[in-house]
Design a protein around this ligand. Structure first.
Ligand code: ADP
Ligand code: MG
Length: 665
């Protein structure tokens, strides 16, 4: 048996149907896995309930009756014995069954007792001799009945057809996983759930191993590139740290150490710095920039929004004010004349640190000696945008920063072969934010709180899911909320911020809020990232249920950034159902836990966006739920890449074939 056509039961028509399902060889057929399974067994009549779908053994009492209603509707009714009880069994549109349903014939009926135990509505009737108890695979191939396919596969399995094992022996032993020929057996003809699960487990592992190999191969490829080591001036860095004005947390020190080790090495740094909102990633990036500059390289700092770029620019300038370091800003707001100057400075190595938005990746921006790329809120950028910036230098070191902390293995996977440093503690002296859920009907308490904070000269954010009212939802809009709050707090200065405003207007608004000229800022999620305002102590989030957990946590991260007590009010309609989800935020401010929950609820694609090339397309494994397997796969992959034998090389080649060039740039 070499080809599909050799199999008994496969003719030309079946062959073309199989081909339509991309099954072109016997191997394809065996590796065509069922979409799902159904468990087929005869139920014990003592335990059945009205309405529950069950399979029961019955004996036919007399000839069936057949009724034709309309053109396409018939009913077959047959009296049967179930043990000693007489039951009427009805089934629709199977009148042809009357050919086999005779008196005393034993059958298995599947269906349910609808209203009482006298009439059974069946959706399937099979002769008892044809009923197979067990776990039945369901394939769902167009135009081929499952039963047919099962028979075809059975013929192949019985013939002893042998598939080649692609996983190395050591791995099978070490991870105690099934050999492929067992897997195929257990998948197509499972004897019990345990064996089926073990077989599925192997498929998950194999999928994750291929994925892990891919990541590891990219990393290895990058590790082969020699770049010149950065010989930074450690004494400059040391005295700089003394002047910061606070002590670095242990996590910040650890992350800085990790990074400095990378800078010193002759390998390109590719590190993801994860830390919850407010954990103090910026200062770590500033130290990294400083080290790079003292070793004679230019540094690019890219942030996803204009507001954030301005903020970074101000902060970098503040920290570097005593040093001879040239910092420039480049955004969409930079005037043409200014841009020309800045461009020249960048090209002539007169600018040391270049901060900006996407403007940095424009074609006409040429760096003279780019040695470090820092990307803040990196998941806001697509893979390609990050790549363009990278390519503006000769393998510059890369520091990616993200405020949605996720487990390490997942971070490595999604952001592709980055090493990961985590800031796990907040700076000392932060008070936990009081977070509470309120219903609209209970706004009085919220207004009292707002009043109290305004009286203390503190400031309030109000976040709305919409800019303007809209007909499809009854969510609060910025405009509507503005009217409501204007009436409530007539003496307060209230401002608005949203995506329809011009960039310049946004910056002005943020600056007014920063200077405490505005007391209440009503905004959409445009303020989500990175804005830092000490006196903002209170945040109202309207229709909080409209947002993802990680996003709410990010929003909440705009308050509680000083030693003042802060309050976050999650405001919902009383009819909202997923209150339990929001309660997670009431109970914890641990960003790791929150994003773990969010990942479970929504998956990485929703959280990080589809343009993250690293989010794998898996059919068996779940990158969130199967993290333990992923860890194993990553460990195994890092060993396999260093082994050089034909079997393993074949595996590696298979992975390399699927790599697109940009992964290797
Ligand atoms: P994020 O990680 O969200 O980017 P930032 O870097 O903006 O956080 O830091 C938030 C605030 O905490 C800033 O005002 C920063 O100066 C301050 N900060 C950072 N590290 C420390 C520290 N170790 N001790 C005290 N304050 C710190
Ligand atoms: Mg930040």
């Amino acid at each position: 048996m070499n080809q599909l056509i050799d199999i008994k039961g496969i003719g030309k028509t079946t062959l073309s149907k199989l081909e339509n399902a991309s099954i072109n060889s016997i191997e394809d057929l065996l590796l065509y896995y069922p979409k799902s399974y159904k468990i087929q067994k005869i139920n014990n009549i003592n335990h059945i309930k009205i309405g529950e779908t069950v399979s029961l053994e019955m004996t036919i009492l007399n000839k069936p009756n057949i009724f034709f209603f309309r053109k396409n509707l018939s009913k077959l009714s047959v009296d049967c014995y179930l043990d000693n009880h007489k039951i009427k069994v009805d089934i629709f549109n199977r009148h042809f069954l009357s050919k086999v349903l005779f008196k005393d014939v034993e059958i298995v009926v599947t269906g349910r007792f609808k209203n009482n135990f006298k009439i059974f509505t069946a959706n399937d009737i099979v002769l008892k001799k044809n009923f197979k108890e067990g776990i039945i695979p369901l394939y769902n191939i167009d135009d081929i009945k499952d039963g047919r396919l099962r028979k075809i596969i059975e013929v192949v399995l019985k013939s002893g057809y042998h598939l080649e094992e692609i996983l190395p022996d050591e791995i099978l032993k070490k991870r105690n996983i099934q050999e492929i020929n067992n897997v195929v057996y257990n998948i197509h003809q499972p004897k019990n759930m345990i064996e089926l699960e073990e077989a599925l487990n192997r498929l998950k592992y194999q999928e994750l191993l291929m994925f892990a190999l891919r990541i590891t191969l990219i990393k290895k490829h990058r590790d082969h590139i020699n770049i010149s080591k950065k010989t930074y001036k450690i004494d400059v860095v040391r005295s700089f740290i003394k002047e910061i004005g606070f002590n670095l947390t242990n996590s910040q020190k650890q992350a800085t150490n990790d990074i400095f080790k990378d800078l010193k090495s002759d390998r390109q740094m590719n590190r993801l710095l994860q830390g919850d909102v407010g954990s103090g990633k910026t200062i770590v990036s500033i130290l990294t920039a400083l080290a790079s500059v003292t070793s004679g390289y230019q540094v690019a700092v890219m942030a996803p929004t204009l507001v954030l770029s301005y903020q970074h620019f101000d902060e970098f300038k503040k920290y570097f004010s005593n040093l001879d370091v040239n910092i420039v800003l480049l955004t969409s707001e930079t005037s043409i004349k200014e841009k020309r100057t800045v461009k020249n400075m960048i090209a002539n190595n007169e600018a040391d640190i270049i901060i900006g938005t996407h403007s940095l990746i424009q074609e006409d921006i040429q760096f003279s000696n780019l040695g470090l790329v820092i990307i803040d809120e990196q998941h806001r950028f697509g893979v390609n945008q990050r790549k363009i910036l990278r390519q503006k230098g000769y393998y510059p070191d890369i520091l990616l920063m993200s405020a949605t902390p996720i487990p390490r293995s997942l971070a490595i996977s999604i952001f592709e072969s980055s090493d990961v440093s985590q800031i796990t503690e907040k700076p000392k002296g932060r008070k936990p934010i009081f977070t509470n859920i309120y219903e609209f009907q209970n706004m009085k308490r919220v207004y009292q709180l707002v009043n109290q904070e305004l009286n203390n000269n503190n400031q309030v954010y109000v976040i709305c899911p919409l800019i303007e009212e809209n007909e499809t939802t009854n969510y609060f809009s910025v405009m509507e909320t503005y009217d409501i709050l204007n009436k409530r707090f007539p003496t307060a200065n209230i401002g608005m911020l949203h995506g329809k405003m011009k960039d310049k207007e946004k910056i002005d608004m943020i600056n007014q809020f920063k200077n405490n000229e505005i007391n209440i800022l009503i905004s959409t999620t445009v303020i989500e990232v990175g804005i830092h305002i000490d006196k903002a102590t209170t945040m109202l989030i309207m229709n909080a249920n409209a947002f993802g957990l990680a996003q709410l946590h990010q929003l909440r991260g705009r308050i509680g950034r000083s030693d003042l007590q802060s309050y976050c009010c999650l405001i919902v309609d009383e009819s909202v159902e997923d209150i339990d989800r929001l309660k997670i935020l009431e109970n914890t401010d641990d960003g790791f836990e929150i994003s773990a929950q969010d990942l479970k609820l929504r998956g990485p694609g929703e959280i990080f966006g589809k343009n993250q090339a690293g989010i794998p397309n898996l059919s068996f494994a779940n990158i969130v739920e199967d993290q333990e397997l992923l860890e194993q796969a990553l460990t195994d992959a890092s060993q396999l890449v260093n082994i050089n034998n034909p079997e393993i090389n074949q595996l590696k080649n298979q992975v390399l074939k699927t790599l697109e060039s940009y992964h290797l740039d």
